[in-house]
Design a protein around this ligand. Structure first.
Ligand code: FMN
Length: 373
């Protein structure tokens, strides 16, 4: 890929894409904590692999499998190609996707098609628009502007991304979060489509999830720690710009955040809100674990981008098919004929996982039984 961009926001977004493709942006010392969970093998599943049903309903939309490609890009011809490829595949597989931040398009209408291409190639899929929380406060977008973002992709929902760490470690960051919740609430009450809150690699605590639920949002995407780290992405960007001071600060925070598996438990301990688990989910076993803990969908970003970079549309399709097939095998090996069954299977967590739950007064059996299937 060759990258050039016309303005600052786009330049930055293109640098993010390029760094995520070329550099190691999943830090060594961080983990999702899915490895701390064991789903018990069932040698007597009493079902047939080819009869397993992975369909589900999320926010009134039917999914053939509980998979969502988390929002990444838009705003540049190269980004348009990535969005088009992902859209073709999600339509074919009956799953969903988000677009990256649509902020740039509010400043430059010419970029619209880099987002709207998604609806063109995925006419029936679940599509989520995207805008940043701090920009929502700083740039004071009115309802009409935000409805335009929804219209642009004929979105089924709009995600507001929360990225306080990223705003701190990004050289041009805007770490302004005062008043965010009030803006989110206003939007949740007035926008024509459901509003989701999503993190971008640091996860949600139960306290944050409760506040989010009280703001009347319709869903949460966890974006937990253990996958792509935007502190690490910014570390590389700062290095490239020769800004060692910024690189060192970003470097200190690469493992910051709540591990994805833990974050699912945190959120589920306080709310049964529709929930997408994302952040470091890389295979179908982890998808099954996320659902067994109480998530409704599993979201993936980085591996989809890399599959596109290595193999185009076919690469994306192969990766997402693999995820779904691995999920089916995991369901078979645990005797689950439908996703609902995943909430009932036995699982064992490590003492480290248990200790977190204990300190945070989270009862795993209670949240698993309570979560709607
Ligand atoms: C290249 C790239 C760009 C991203 N851009 C956005 C964005 O514009 N808005 C957003 O909400 N999240 C964005 N994300 C975050 C993802 O949606 C997701 O929360 C995060 O990458 C964790 O998932 P992963 O570990 O599977 O990559 C981006 C991720 C990547 C890899």
């Amino acid at each position: 890929m060759v990258y050039e961009a016309r303005d600052l926001i786009n330049q930055r977004k293109i640098e993010h894409l390029e760094i995520c493709i070329r550099e190691k942006v999943e830090p060594e010392g961080a983990s999702t904590w899915f490895e701390e969970i064991t789903l018990l093998h069932n040698p007597l599943p009493e079902i047939n692999l080819n009869e397993i049903n992975t369909s589900t309903v999320f926010l009134n939309h039917e999914f053939k499998a509980p998979i969502f490609v988390s929002g990444m890009t838009g705003g540049h011809p190269q980004a348009k190609k990535v969005n088009m490829a992902i859209a073709k595949v999600v339509e074919k597989l009956g799953i969903g996707m988000g677009v990256g931040s649509q902020r740039a398009v509010l400043k430059n209408k010419d970029l619209e098609d880099t987002f709207s291409v998604v609806r063109e190639y995925a006419p029936t899929a679940f599509i989520v628009g995207n805008i940043g929380a701090s920009q929502l406060v700083m740039e004071k977008y009115d309802l009409e502007m935000l409805e335009k973002l929804v219209e642009m992709v004929d979105a089924n929902a709009l995600a507001i991304h929360l990225n306080p760490l990223h705003e701190c470690v990004q050289i041009e960051g805007e770490p302004y979060y005062k008043g965010v919740l009030e803006r989110v609430k206003e939007l949740a009450e007035n926008l024509s489509v459901p509003v989701l809150l999503k993190e971008t690699g640091c996860g949600f605590s139960k306290e944050a999830a409760l506040k989010a639920a009280q703001a009347r949002i319709s869903g949460i995407e966890i974006g937990g720690a253990g996958g792509t780290s935007f502190a690490l992405v910014e570390y590389y960007r700062a290095l490239r710009k020769g800004n060692m001071y910024a690189a060192r600060i970003a470097g200190s925070f690469v493992t910051w955040g709540i591990p994805t598996a833990i974050s699912i438990c945190e959120v589920r301990s306080v709310t049964s809100i529709p929930l997408i688990a994302s952040g470091g989910i890389r295979n179908g076993i982890e998808v099954a674990k996320a659902l067994a803990l109480g998530a409704d969908l599993a979201g993936v970003a980085l591996p989809v981008l890399r599959s596109y970079s290595n193999g185009g549309v076919e690469g994306v399709e192969e990766y997402l098919r693999k995820l779904i097939d691995e999920l089916k095998i995991t369901m078979f090996l645990t005797g689950c004929s439908s996703l609902r069954d995943l909430r009932r299977i036995p699982l064992v967590v490590s003492s480290r996982f248990n200790e977190w739950l204990k300190q945070r007064k989270i009862d795993l059996d209670f949240i698993r039984n309570k979560s709607p299937a």
